[in-house]
Design a protein around this ligand. Sequence first.
Ligand code: BGC
Length: 377
Amino acid sequence: MKIKTLLAGVAAGAMIIGLSACSSGAGGGDSTSAAKGDGGLVGVAMPTKSSERWIQDGDAVKKQLEDAGYKVDLQYAEDDIPTQVSQIENMITKGAEALIVASIDGTTLTSVLQDAKDAKIPVIAYDRLIRDTENVDYYASFDNFKVGQQQAWSLLNGLGLTELDGTAKSGAPAGPFNIELFAGSPDDNNATFFFNGAMDVLQPYIDKKILVVGSGQTDFQQVATLRWDGEVAQSRMEDILTSTYSDGTKKVNGVLSPYDGLSRGIISALTDAGYTVGASWPIISGQDSELDSVKAINAGEQYATIFKDTRQLAKVAVDMATALLQGNTPETNNTKDYDNGKKVVPSFLLDSQIVVKDNIKEVLVDSGYWTEAEITG
Ligand code: BGC
């Protein structure tokens, strides 16, 4: 307790120094913020290096904080909850002045974030909402319901039913198309937002029997994939192919996948079951624009992914942290949708884009996210 009291004093002192160093203006991330940073430590907790996107997030947050004059303790927890809790505990002990946290399980940080609160350390939930605690100050993410809608629109587009923005195509085929549904990790708040967004789009087509979920598995709990694990998705897809499609009377025409890593597992299951890329290869969605999946889109294995620019997300989170450290109020654009069970967390939500083969260059290359050589190499 003594250490915490001392730390609270240090943190409060640091905030006061930060405050007096700050003249006016909101947030960092611009050229003036470098001068404002007080050289203090910001703790950045990321879930895992097993997915490319979190490496890009971590790198971008670290760079932008360092450019703004802060020191950074960046940690990855390899999807192990106790590891993430102890990493955050260490950041508090080391005197972090702010925490940026992309949680593994959004419900498991209540106790460690009470320690952060006791030490007066502001907490920003990064991309994934932290649940069941008062002690999360701001949330930086994307419009996650919309991401789910975009995943469903990309699936419908691949099947010839709608434009990429969901507008119905005239003369669209009547179907029925056989689809299967996958959702993300049930302990990640985003997974429900993605799934609800997608089902908001797909349900009317299911009701009209234009789409048929062959396995009949449509509940979130049935289709969720713990820890977003591609192997879990692969084996569920294998089971579905065996139970529902192995008598040769019908084929899978489309798969709603909420993340590129799951899409790759699903593609492996399909390939192993004898599906080949070509006319009767299913339409498969994704998310994150991971390099291997962008290549898979180019090769016709995956139909679409979602581009969420991790550099922009990092900027939002870093701006929030620097604003708080300088005694300013972070900019938000949503104060109603992200109730974490204890409070509605003020949020800044970014827009995402659908990527298909035709717009890879425009969306991913022209924005400098991937180079042409990386995609084709
Ligand atoms: C993120 C997605 C990501 C998924 C798996 C979610 O919380 O919002 O972008 O695909 O986690 O890492």
